[in-house]
Write a protein that binds this ligand. Structure first.
Ligand code: G3H
Length: 487
C-alpha cells in the first residue's frame, strides 16, 4: 500500500561488494539502506495479503483474467521506465557485469510478456466444455491463496519475478521478500507495484528472514511457497508451517552440475562451453558447471586450452567495458573459497592456472584444481563461486557412479561426438537430473523450457508455462446433463 515508501522505522545498511580508494585505503562502499521490519510488521503485510484474497466478488482472485492481465501490463510499462536504475543497482549491489545486468532486466520483461501470452492460451484451453457419460464438465483454473515468494541474490530481479509474476497473474495475493543482496534494486519498483495493483495484492517485506519469514510461515496462512536458495533453508522454513501437507512449494535449490568431457570430443567447443558454464557471473549460478570430469586421454590439452581461455577473461569493476570477473557480494565468501581450495591442495590437488586463488577484499581470481578426488570438500560441496574442480577419469563408470550417488540432481553437460556413447549416457542419466545438455553448458533458458531437478535440487517445475500451473489449481464444474434438455 505504499507504506514502505514513507518508512519511519529502523533501517539496515546495504553494502556493495565494491571497494573504492578512500582516505584510509580501500573502503567498502555503503550504497544505502532498506527498512528493517520485525515479525509484527511482516505479519501485518501477510494479513494485508490474506484480506485482499478474501475480498469476494470482483476482487483479485475472482477478477476476470483479462483484467488481471491489464494490471500486470501496467506494471510492466512502469517497470521498463526503471531499467537504468535497476541495471545500475544490479552492478553495484551484486557485482554483476553491465552486459549480464542488462540481460537480467530485459529477460525479466520478456518473461512477463511471455507469461501474459501463455495465460491467454491457457485460459482459452481451460474454458472448453466437455461432455462425458452424460456429464458436462468445465475446468476452471483458480488461484491457491497467499503466496510467499523469495528469490536468490544471484538473480534478484529475474528469478524472483519468475515466481512473483505467475503467482500474481493467476490471482494469488503475494508477500514478496527481496533477496538478501540485491535488495535496493526493488526500491525503484515499489511505486509501480503500488500504482498497478489493488491494495494488499502485493506486499513487499524487508528484514531478517529469521524473524520475518519464520513468523509468516509459522502463521499457517501461506498456501504456496516459492523459494530459490539452499535445500536446508527451504526445509527449515517448510517445517515451520503448521499444516505442511496443505502447502504447495516451488523450490529451486542446491546443485553441483557436472560437465563430462568424453574422450572423443570437439575440445574447443567443450572448453568454450565449460568456461562460460563454470565462470559466468563468477560461477554464482545454480546452473553453473561446478565439477568437470575430463577423460585422461584429453586431460592435458583440455587443461591447457581451458587455462588459456581463463587467462583472457578480464577482471575489473562490473561497469567497465568487457569485464567478466567481478567482486563477490556474499560476506565471508572469499574465506569459504580459500578453505575449499586449501582442503583440496592439502589432499593432493594442484592449482593449475596462473594466479588461481589470489584474492583481495571481495575479489577472488578463479582457480582450476586438478586432480580433484572424492575425499576433498570441493568434490561434494556446492562452491557457488570461481573454483573449478577437475576430476580426471579413465572409465566412464566412475562418472556414472558420481551422478547416481550425488545428493544433487539439477542438470549435467555431456561433451562428446560419439553418438553411441553419448546416447548410452543420456539413458543412464535421464532419471537422475532435470536436464541433460549435449555439447552445451548447463543453463535455465530458454524460459519456456521446464526448469526443475531431482533429489535435493528442486521441488516442482518452473517455466513460463509450468509456473502458471504451479500457482493455480483446477476446479471442475460438472453439470449432470438432463435427458429433457438435450436439445
Ligand atoms: O542461479 C540459478 C539460475 O536459475 C540460473 O539461470 O542458467 O539462466 O543463468 P541461468
Amino acid at each position: 500500500n505504499g507504506e514502505l515508501l514513507s518508512w519511519q522505522g529502523p533501517l539496515a545498511a546495504v553494502r556493495s561488494p565494491v571497494f573504492l580508494a578512500g582516505e584510509k585505503g580501500d573502503e567498502q562502499v555503503v550504497l544505502g539502506s532498506t527498512p528493517l521490519l520485525d515479525a509484527d510488521a511482516a505479519l501485518a503485510a501477510l494479513d494485508a495479503a490474506v484480506a485482499a484474497y478474501d475480498h469476494g466478488q470482483g476482487a483479485w482472485p475472482t477478477m476476470r483474467v483479462a483484467e488481471r492481465i491489464q494490471h500486470v501490463e501496467k506494471f510492466l510499462a512502469r517497470m521498463r521506465e526503471q531499467r537504468e536504475a535497476v541495471v545500475r543497482l544490479l552492478m553495484w549491489e551484486i557485482g554483476k557485469n553491465l552486459k549480464d545486468s542488462e540481460k537480467e532486466f530485459d529477460r525479466t520483461c520478456d518473461y512477463i510478456v511471455d507469461t501474459i501470452e501463455a495465460l491467454k492460451e491457457l485460459d482459452r484451453r481451460s474454458s472448453r466444455f466437455e461432455l462425458e457419460q452424460g456429464t458436462l464438465g468445465q475446468i476452471r483454473r483458480v488461484p491457491l491463496g497467499v503466496a510467499l515468494c523469495m528469490g536468490p541474490y544471484n538473480y534478484p530481479l529475474n528469478e524472483t519475478f519468475t515466481t512473483l509474476i505467475p503467482a500474481l497473474i493467476m490471482g494469488n495475493t503475494v508477500v514478496f521478500k527481496p533477496a538478501k543482496f540485491g535488495v535496493l534494486l526493488i526500491r525503484p519498483l515499489l511505486e509501480a507495484f503500488r500504482d498497478s495493483f489493488p491494495a494488499g495484492v502485493i506486499n513487499v517485506i524487508y528484514g531478517r528472514g529469521r524473524e520475518t519469514v519464520s513468523a509468516i510461515m509459522a502463521s499457517g496462512k501461506v498456501d504456496v511457497f516459492a523459494f530459490i536458495g539452499t535445500h536446508s533453508g527451504a526445509a527449515d522454513l517448510k517445517k515451520l508451517h503448521p499444516r505442511p501437507h496443505r502447502l504447495r512449494a516451488a523450490l529451486g535449490l542446491d546443485a553441483k552440475n557436472p560437465g563430462i568431457v568424453l574422450p572423443k570430443v570437439d575440445l574447443d567447443n567443450a572448453v568454450n562451453e565449460a568456461i562460460t558454464g563454470a565462470l559466468s557471473f563468477n560461477g554464482q549460478r545454480c546452473t553453473a558447471l561446478k565439477i568437470l570430469f575430463v577423460h585422461e586421454d584429453v586431460l592435458e590439452p583440455f587443461l591447457d586450452k581451458f587455462c588459456a581461455k581463463l587467462a583472457a577473461l578480464k577482471p575489473g569493476m562490473p561497469w567497465e567495458d568487457g569485464v567478466a570477473l567481478t567482486p563477490l557480494p556474499e560476506p565471508g565468501k572469499v574465506d569459504y573459497l580459500n578453505a575449499l581450495l586449501a582442503d583440496a591442495v592439502a589432499k593432493g590437488a594442484k592449482v593449475v592456472n596462473e594466479g588461481g586463488g589470489s584474492h583481495r577484499q571481495s575479489f577472488f581470481y578463479p582457480a582450476v584444481l586438478s586432480p580433484v578426488s572424492p575425499a576433498m570438500r570441493l568434490y561434494n560441496e556446492e562452491q557457488f563461486g570461481p573454483l573449478i574442480p577437475v576430476v580426471p577419469y579413465r572409465e566412464v563408470e566412475e562418472v556414472i557412479d558420481y551422478v547416481l550417488h550425488s545428493d544433487y540432481g539439477q542438470q549435467l553437460s555431456l561433451f562428446g561426438n560419439d553418438p553411441a556413447q553419448v546416447g548410452r549416457l543420456v539413458d543412464a542419466f535421464a532419471n537422475q537430473v532435470g536436464r541433460i545438455n549435449i555439447n552445451a553448458q548447463c543453463q535455465r533458458g530458454p524460459d519456456t523450457f521446464p526448469f526443475n531437478g531431482r533429489k535435493n535440487s528442486a521441488e516442482g517445475t518452473l517455466s513460463v508455462h509450468d509456473a502458471l500451473r504451479v500457482f493455480s489449481i483446477r476446479t471442475l464444474v460438472a453439470t449432470k446433463f438432463q435427458a429433457d434438455n438435450k436439445e
